[in-house]
Design a protein around this ligand. Structure first.
Ligand SMILES: Nc1ncnc2c1ncn2[C@@H]1O[C@H](COP(=O)(O)OP(=O)(O)O)[C@@H](O)[C@H]1O
Ligand SMILES: [Mg+2]
Length: 249
């Protein structure tokens, strides 16, 4: 589904944020990408969805190199991708119904016409129909993230991307969001990529890839991570201060 070949991105012509990075993601895979803050995880995701262009390298999505596309053909790929932002990014002055329905504006439907569809999505992410009339500041952090996911699911994405979806949540809310992501993956079978710092994600994702110094230093099945002797993975998932990972970037 997604084939990344020799991807290099530099903003200033000096440091390569992604550095000759290669990674394959199968159709329907649920992949967790881990790595320290500032390591370039978001920059990698933004290149996958075509939001920023790499300095060199290829990103094939269903065989098409999106780095060479622009305009309408790029938009078509972009439509297949759903992106759940780190902070749900809801619009404060809109109700939940309007926040979720906003992706339908193009279709010319009013909020009344989209009500049933939005209500079904809101229920599928574990919220009650009452929440539709609420405003974002009446919701908890976990509820906002659910609304953000419902909005993304309105597009029925084939590729679903979450950038640190559990940041700022307590451990129980983290678990619930992970369960929801797993349920969403099982129901939609969308190719799913999640950036996470939380090792609990290993209980839900199929595969894990670790980013370090611009490259994927490990990719394998999540069920094997705790027995794996890759020194970067070993140090990172246990949060050890001693190991091959350098102190500063
Ligand atoms: N638009 C940009 N211009 C210049 N530098 C950037 C830009 N976006 C990200 N960076 C730099 O790229 C590095 C990786 O950032 P990012 O991908 O956001 O890290 P993270 O792994 O925490 O998601 C950081 O040093 C950041 O400052
Ligand atoms: Mg990031």
């Amino acid at each position: 589904m997604i084939e990344i070949k020799n991807l290099t991105k530099s903003f200033d012509g000096q440091r390569n944020i992604t550095n000759d990075l290669s990674l394959n993601i199968e159709k329907g895979e649920f992949l967790a990408i881990i790595g320290r803050s500032g390591e370039g995880k978001s920059v990698l995701l933004k290149q996958i969805i075509g939001l920023i262009k790499p300095t060199s390298g290829e990103i094939l999505i269903e065989g098409k190199d999106i780095t060479q596309l622009s305009g309408l053909p790029l938009q078509e790929i972009f439509r297949k991708c759903g992106y759940v932002f780190q902070f749900a990014a809801l619009l404060d002055s809109l109700t939940v119904l309007e926040n979720v329905g906003i992706v339908h504006l193009e279709s010319g439907k009013t909020t009344d016409e989209m009500y049933d569809e939005v209500a079904a999505k809101i229920k599928s992410v574990g919220l009650s129909e009452d929440s539709l009339k609420k405003y974002p500041d009446e919701l908890s952090g976990g509820m906002k993230k659910r609304v953000g996911l419902a909005r993304t699911l309105m597009q029925s994405p084939e590729i679903l991307i979450y950038d640190e979806p559990t940041t700022g949540l307590d451990p129980i809310s983290v678990k619930r969001i992970h369960e929801l992501m797993k349920k969403t993956h099982d129901e939609s079978n969308a190719t799913t990529i999640v950036i996470s710092h939380d090792v609990d994600i290993f209980n839900y994702a199929d595969q894990v890839a670790m980013l370090y110094q611009g490259k994927i230093v490990y990719k394998g099945a999540t069920k094997d991570v705790w027995d794996c002797d890759n020194p970067y993975l070993h140090q990172f998932i246990r949060g050890l201060s001693e190991g091959p990972i350098e102190q500063s970037l």
